[in-house]
Ligand binder design. Structure first.
Ligand code: SAH
Ligand code: SF4
Length: 360
C-alpha cells in the first residue's frame, strides 16, 4: 500500500521532493486548495505530479457513514485504506466576539474530535472503544486526514478558525510519534495553521508520556481523564492506574509546560453510585490544590451491555456547585449530538450491528 503524502511534515517533504520549494506549493494545494488529485496541482511539473501519484496516495480515508444531530454535530465513520474504520466528530458551537469596532458578532466555532488509534490498549471498563480491543496505531497522515476531510466535506474555508481535541478513539499518548507529527503538520502556517493553543490532547494518564509530550514543547494543551479521586476506584475504571497512579499523574501535570493564560482540564466521568458523592468532590478539591485546573464533568453514557449507569442531573449539579463554591472552575459537558452518538465508539458499534443484521 502506498503511504499517504499527508504523513509528511513540510520539512520532510523538502528533503524528499526536488526542488525543495515545491514542498510549500504542494502543501498549499492540499491544505488550502483542497485538491482531490495530484494531477490538479497545476503549477507542479507533470513529471513530478506523476512521480507523486506513483509513490503516494492523497487521501487515506473515505466517508463510510455520516450522521448529523439536531444541534449540528456531525459524526463521521471513515474507512481507511486497509478497510478498518474510525470515528471523527465535528462540533459546532456559537461564539460571540467583538469585532474591531467593538460590535458583537456571532459565528460558529468549530471543534474536530479526532481518533488516534483503531481501538485502544488501555481497556477502561466504561469505554465502548475498549471493548473491541486494539487493532493498530493511526499514522500521522491518517490523523491529519480526519480534519482535512471534515473541512472539505463542510466547505470550511482553509483559513477558518478551528480547534482540535484528541478525544476520539484510542489513547493519543500511546501513539506519541504519530501524534507529535500530526500536531506539527496541523501547526504549519503554510498548511492548516492550527496553533498548539487550539489543540488539546486528552489522556487516560500515562505519566511518563505526559512528561515526554511536555518536553517536546509543542505548545498543546492537555486534558486528563481523571474520573476518580482514589486509586482503588480509578484502577477499577482504568486498569493502567496500577502502573501510573493518581499521584504520579498529578506530579506529571505539575511539570507540564502550561500557557499561563490557560488551565489544565481534568475530565471527570460521573457514574451513578460510584463517584458522584460530595466526599469525592471534597477529595478532588484537595487533589487539585495549587494547579490551574478546570474540571469538566461528563455524564456516563450507557450503551447496550454496559455495566454502569448514567448519574442523575441533580447529583451532577450538586457536585458541580460544591466544586464551584470551593473555588474550583467546573463545567458540565453538554451532551453535544446526544441523539446520534454521545460517547465515541458508538457509531462504529452501530454500523457493526447493522452489518451483522444484514448478513443474517
Ligand atoms: N483515550 C483518551 C482520549 C479518548 S477517550 C482518554 O481516555 O482521555 C475520550 C473521552 O471519552 C474520555 O474522557 C473518556 O472518559 C470518555 N468516554 C469514554 N467512554 C465513555 C462513556 N461511555 N460515556 C461518557 N464518556 C466516555
Ligand atoms: Fe482508551 Fe480513552 Fe477508551 Fe480508556 S477511555 S479505553 S484510554 S479510548
Amino acid at each position: 500500500m502506498k503511504p499517504t503524502i499527508l504523513d509528511y511534515t513540510k520539512e520532510e517533504l523538502r528533503t524528499i521532493i526536488k526542488p525543495a520549494f515545491r514542498a510549500k506549493q504542494i502543501f498549499g494545494w492540499i491544505y488550502h486548495q483542497y485538491v482531490d488529485s495530484f494531477d490538479a496541482m497545476q503549477n507542479i511539473p507533470k513529471a513530478l505530479r506523476e512521480e507523486l501519484e506513483s509513490k503516494y496516495s492523497l487521501m487515506p480515508l473515505r466517508i463510510l457513514r455520516k450522521e448529523e444531530a439536531a444541534d449540528g454535530t456531525i459524526k463521521y465513520l471513515f474507512e481507511l485504506a486497509d478497510g478498518k474504520t474510525i470515528e471523527t466528530v465535528l462540533l459546532r458551537m456559537k461564539e460571540e466576539e467583538r469585532d474591531c469596532n467593538g460590535l458583537l458578532v456571532h459565528h460558529a466555532k468549530y471543534t474536530v474530535c479526532v481518533s488516534t488509534q483503531i481501538g485502544c490498549k488501555v481497556g477502561c471498563s466504561f469505554c465502548l472503544t475498549a471493548k473491541g480491543g486494539f487493532t493498530r496505531d493511526l499514522s500521522a497522515g491518517e490523523i491529519v486526514a480526519q480534519v482535512l476531510a471534515v473541512k472539505m466535506d463542510n466547505d470550511i474555508a482553509a483559513n477558518r478558525r478551528l480547534n482540535i481535541v484528541y478525544m476520539g478513539m484510542g489513547e493519543p499518548l500511546d501513539n506519541l510519534d504519530s501524534l507529535a507529527k500530526a500536531i506539527k503538520i496541523f501547526k504549519d502556517e503554510e498548511g492548516m495553521s492550527i496553533s498548539g493553543k487550539r489543540q488539546t490532547v486528552s489522556t487516560s494518564g500515562i505519566s511518563s508520556k505526559i512528561d515526554k509530550l511536555g518536553k517536546m514543547d509543542l505548545g498543546v494543551h492537555i486534558a486528563i481523564s481523571l474520573h476518580a479521586v482514589d486509586d482503588e476506584l480509578r484502577t477499577e475504571l482504568i486498569p493502567m492506574n496500577k502502573a501510573y497512579n493518581i499521584a504520579s499523574i498529578i506530579d506529571a501535570v505539575r511539570r507540564f509546560p502550561i500557557d499561563t493564560r490557560k488551565r489544565v482540564m481534568f475530565e471527570y466521568l460521573v457514574i451513578k453510585g460510584k463517584n458522584e458523592d460530595l466526599d469525592s468532590a471534597k477529595k478532588l478539591i484537595k487533589l487539585l490544590h495549587g494547579i490551574k485546573a478546570k474540571v469538566n464533568l461528563i455524564y456516563f453514557n450507557p450503551y447496550p451491555g454496559s455495566d454502569y449507569r448514567r448519574p442523575d442531573p441533580s447529583d451532577m449539579v450538586k457536585f458541580q456547585e460544591y466544586l464551584v463554591q470551593h473555588g474550583l472552575l467546573c463545567t458540565i459537558r453538554d451532551s453535544k449530538g446526544i441523539d446520534i452518538s454521545a460517547a465515541c465508539g458508538q457509531l462504529k458499534e452501530k454500523t457493526g450491528q447493522e452489518l451483522e443484521k444484514e448478513s443474517l
